[in-house]
Design a protein around this ligand. Sequence first.
Ligand code: AHG
Ligand code: MN
Ligand code: MN
Ligand code: MN
Length: 341
Amino acid sequence: TELREFPNQITTIERFILDQQRGFPDATGTLTNLLYDLALAAKIIASRTTRAGLVDILGSTGEQNVQGEEVQKLDRFAERTIFRLNDHTGRLAVMASEEEADIIPIPERFKTGKYVLLYDPLDGSSNIDFNVSVGTIFAIYRRKSQEGPGTLEDCLQKGRDLVAAGYIIYGSSTMMVYSTGQGVHGFTLDPSIGEFLLSHPNIRIPARPKYYSVNQGYERYWSEGVRRFTRWLQGENEEGKELSLRYIGSLVADFHRNLLTGGIFYYPADSKDPDKPHGKLRLLYEAAPLAFLAEQAGGYASDGHRPILDIQPQGLHQRTPLFIGNRSLVEKAEYFIRTYD
Ligand code: AHG
Ligand code: MN
Ligand code: MN
Ligand code: MN
């Protein structure tokens, strides 16, 4: 009887994805397989990030990427791993990545497919050398072009049109969290068996938020509205209650924590770098996929004026201010920006 009453059913990510797909009789299984491939990429990248101290993969490649950032060896490794797992499967029309200036075509010798994959191979890469959590973010769209090689236009789609999105966090354990529009589900990698097991079904952002997360070192570059909003979070509000501050500097890790505890992450526009009037984070590889997850979990994401998911991208590496977390907090940020900026 004890066995029968054992409450924790063990569900692998493969089983879960397959069961979810059963709800869609027309599904061909392509998306299912694409998600499996990303889970495999996650395991391969995790095996490297956790060994980073022992093998020669710490540090910089000595190159700069299209964002003007130093490319770390693990950025490059993660980038190539995801590309190589997906270039030949016939599931994708085209890819694009934070680390590549242009769209990444499917090599001509392989067939193209109906989906588009956009990714941030390694998020928070400035943290790699210090044993702090990093992540991977992915976004999947349906192609718009009819056939042949995918196009730039296939990549420039609104977050509203996402088919699936998710992230992998390489932390004290490795987790994969994703949504296909039927809620947000989290899986923890059991390294002893090499499987992602369902650990966080149907994640909902808690109604009472705990944390706010922002790089407050840049406060003097912020607008009046963002400064006032920050003071509101710090307790200058109706209830006289403040949130606690947490900031890791890896978007995936900051987002993941706030998703589970309630709170808000923001990276506002600032006046520090005149070349980046829209802040730092990238719409396609960072803001849109996490905005999709936030909304699926009952939260919200905004650029301070409008939903992130409604922004029509104009360029592959377009940046956007980002406010993401509990809906009430993000709407409060919009209010302060509307009123004081
Ligand atoms: P990436 O490592 O993919 O380039 O992303 C870095 C981003 C993001 O992870 C994080 O939220 C932000 O940079 C931190 O920026 P600051 O150091 O300016 O706070
Ligand atoms: Mn980068
Ligand atoms: Mn990133
Ligand atoms: Mn990155």
